[in-house]
Write a protein that binds this ligand. Structure first.
Ligand code: NAD
Ligand code: UDP
Ligand code: UDP
Length: 323
């Protein structure tokens, strides 16, 4: 809209991805309202934004109604790492489902465009590889990951029903494993675990035999993808996979992080958690065609920035990464 700055709501804005998104939206001139209940979010993530004249923070739980006036909504509120989302699984489902209903109700009243941060977890332990968006997944609804996977699947259902029933302008991004500065040091995700263990000289904990795969996307690429999806022409609803198609075995990731951290940590093999997906890799054909988006950050470059971030945060001198 000419002469009108966009007012953008980011739920979960104090989290890892949300804080990077808030920063990018402010940089391009939007007004940003960050809503977060600080379940896993950290004020430190958004502390640099506090003095910004176009930034506002509201402590609020999205499972309760929210009445604000905005033009666009990015719905990111939800714990994302297995140990966080399994800590209070009922609240995790409520956050995805009631949070989606409230944010969709808000978008409906305002006629605002709304984007859902969905996940590759909707594919569960996939039997098709790589995963295109029309793959319907293989999720265990009653397992320990169900609260997250099924909550996110139901949120997608709600988004598409509000779209069909009420004509809402929706966007659904299926985000694959993302890493970068501001991940929680103790959230149990593989990249943060390995980096923190390597820097501290502790054993790197490989679950199972480490033969399972993931595809890791750097946070800056992901944020670019989210913004492109939000700004894409009407009708581009998604779901659209956003992730890096370069696939890694977990034990190879451990090796790479150990060597890039200049660490002599040993590796230990621990039991594989229940329902842990064996492989995951996005088919990003749609993102390339519809958004002109593909990741540009090499894993080695993204890891370098992430290792330096953790080294500073934990009080170590950043290691020399060159071999
Ligand atoms: P995060 O845990 O760092 O951020 C989530 C944020 O949501 C936190 O600030 C938390 O306090 C907030 N939150 C949780 N419940 C809330 C509630 N009921 N009301 C208000 N705020 C609430 O996680 P993240 O990695 O930044 O993930 C952000 C979003 O992206 C999540 O929806 C997640 O499911 C999705 N996602 C992330 C990844 C990834 O690899 N990081 C992959 C797929 C999808
Ligand atoms: N809602 C909200 N903010 C708004 C409008 C609605 O949080 O500005 C919530 C409200 O609590 C409602 C939910 O969104 O329960 C769904 O709204 P909708 O209009 O779709 O349904 P209804 O109000 O008819 O239940
Ligand atoms: N993993 C591991 N060691 C760790 C943490 C995780 O081997 O210290 C494995 C985990 O079993 C999974 C993969 O790394 O196979 C990715 O785990 P993460 O929790 O980061 O993401 P998700 O399983 O949700 O994709």
């Amino acid at each position: 809209m000419k002469g009108h700055r966009k007012r953008v709501l980011v739920t979960g804005g104090a989290g890892f991805l949300g804080s990077h998104l808030c920063e990018r939206l402010l940089e391009r001139g939007d007004d940003v309202l960050c809503v977060d209940n600080f379940f896993t979010g950290d004020k430190e993530n958004i502390a640099p934004l506090f003095g910004h004249p176009r930034f506002e923070l509201l402590r609020h739980d999205v499972t309760f109604p929210l009445y604000v006036e905005v033009d666009q909504i990015y719905n990111l509120a939800c714990p994302a790492s297995p140990i966080h989302y399994q800590r209070d699984p009922v609240q995790t489902t409520k956050t995805s489902v009631l949070g989606a209903i409230n944010m969709l109700g808000l978008a409906k009243r305002l006629k605002a465009r709304i984007l859902q941060a969905s996940t590759s977890e909707v594919y569960g332990d996939p039997t098709l590889h790589p995963q295109p968006e029309d793959y319907r997944g293989n999720v265990n609804p009653i397992g320990p990951r169900g609260c997250y996977d099924e909550g996110k699947r139901c949120a997608e259902t709600l988004f598409f029903d509000y779209h069909r029933q009420h004509g809402l302008d929706i966007r659904v991004a299926r985000i694959f494993n993302t890493y970068g500065p501001r991940m929680h040091p103790d959230d149990g995700r593989v990249v943060s675990n390995f980096i923190v263990q390597a820097l501290r000289g502790l054993p790197l904990t490989i679950y199972g035999d480490g033969g399972q795969t993931r595809s890791f996307g750097y946070v800056d690429d992901l944020v670019e993808g989210l913004i492109r999806l939000m700004d894409a022409p009407p009708g581009v609803t998604g779901p659209i996979n956003l992730g890096n198609p370069r696939e890694f075995r977990i034990r190879d990731l451990a090796e790479l992080i150990r060597s890039m951290s200049g660490s002599t940590s040993e590796m230990v093999f621990l039991p594989l958690p229940e329902d842990d997906p064996m492989q995951r890799k996005p088919d990003i054909t749609k993102a390339v065609a519809l958004l002109g988006w593909e990741p540009t950050t090499r894993l080695e470059d993204g890891l370098e920035k992430t290792i330096d971030y953790f080294a500073r945060k934990l009080g170590f001198r950043p290691p020399c990464h060159s071999p």
